[in-house]
Ligand binder design. Structure first.
Ligand SMILES: Nc1ncnc2c1ncn2[C@@H]1O[C@H](COP(=O)(O)OP(=O)(O)OP(=O)(O)O)[C@@H](O)[C@H]1O
Length: 199
C-alpha cells in the first residue's frame, strides 16, 4: 500500500483550544475502535520505565531530531525544557501503512504543514458557537490559568480567521449542540464508509 494512498487518508481536526475536539474524537474512537490511529511522536527525551520505542514514542537523538527539522520532516515540533517533541510526516504515513486512518488533532501551523505535504489529508475545522461560549467552556473545564486562558482565546482569533480563508478546510462543523456536532463530524469522517477514499 502506497504511503500516500487515497484509501487511508489522514484526517486533520483543528479548531481553537476548548472547542471540543477531544470530546468529539473520544466518541468517534469509541464508535469505531479499529478504524483510526494516532501517529507516534518523536522525542529526544529518555524513555521512562515501561515505555516502548516505536509505540509510546520514537526515541531519537537530538542530532537526528534536528536533522529531520532541517529536512522539513515534521508537521509540528516544539521544545519543552531541554527536550524536543514532534510529529513527523513519516509517523503519519506509518499509520496508513497499518491500514488505519491517522487522526491529527493539531493547530493552524501544523495544518499548513500538512497542506504543503504529500499526505493527501482531509481537513475538518471545529468551530465554537461564539467566543463567549468558548471562554465559558474553557473556564468550566477548569484546566486554565487566567494567563493560559488569555493566550488560548487570542490564538482562537487567529484560528478562526484562518478557517475563513477559502479552501483552508474541507468541512467546518460548529460545535453548538454536542449531539448534532458529533453526527455531522462522524458523517463527514465516515463518508458513507469510504472515509474520504476517492472510490
Ligand atoms: N457542544 C458542547 N457543549 C457544551 N460543552 C462542550 C461541548 N463540547 C465540548 N464541551 C466542553 O468544553 C470543554 C472543552 O472541550 P475539549 O476539552 O474537548 O476541547 P479541545 O478542543 O479538545 O481543547 P484543547 O485543544 O485545549 O485540548 C470540555 O469541558 C467539554 O466537556
Amino acid at each position: 500500500m502506497a504511503a500516500n494512498s487515497s484509501q487511508f487518508r489522514p484526517v486533520v481536526i483543528s479548531g481553537p483550544s476548548g472547542c471540543g475536539k477531544s470530546t468529539l474524537l473520544k466518541r468517534l474512537f469509541a464508535e469505531y475502535p479499529d478504524r483510526f490511529g494516532f501517529s507516534v511522536s518523536n522525542t529526544t527525551r529518555a524513555p521512562r520505565p515501561g515505555e516502548q520505542d516505536g509505540k509510546d514514542y520514537n526515541f531519537v537523538t537530538k542530532e537526528a531530531f534536528l536533522d529531520l527539522v532541517a529536512q522539513n520532516g515534521f508537521i509540528e515540533h516544539a521544545q519543552f525544557g531541554s527536550n524536543f517533541y514532534g510529529t513527523s510526516k513519516q509517523a503519519v504515513k506509518d499509520v496508513a501503512e497499518k491500514q488505519r486512518i491517522c487522526v491529527l488533532d493539531i493547530e493552524m501551523e501544523g495544518v499548513k504543514q500538512v497542506k504543503n505535504s504529500d499526505l493527501n489529508a482531509r481537513f475538518l475545522f471545529l468551530a465554537p458557537p461564539s467566543m463567549e461560549e468558548l471562554e465559558r467552556r474553557l473556564r468550566s473545564r477548569g484546566t486554565e490559568t487566567e494567563d493560559s486562558l488569555r493566550q488560548r482565546l487570542a490564538q482562537a482569533v487567529n484560528e478562526l480567521e484562518f478557517s475563513q480563508q477559502p479552501g483552508a478546510h474541507d468541512k467546518i462543523v460548529v460545535n453548538d449542540d454536542l449531539e448534532k456536532a458529533y453526527e455531522e463530524l462522524r458523517d463527514w469522517v465516515v463518508d458513507g464508509g469510504r472515509f474520504g477514499a476517492s472510490q
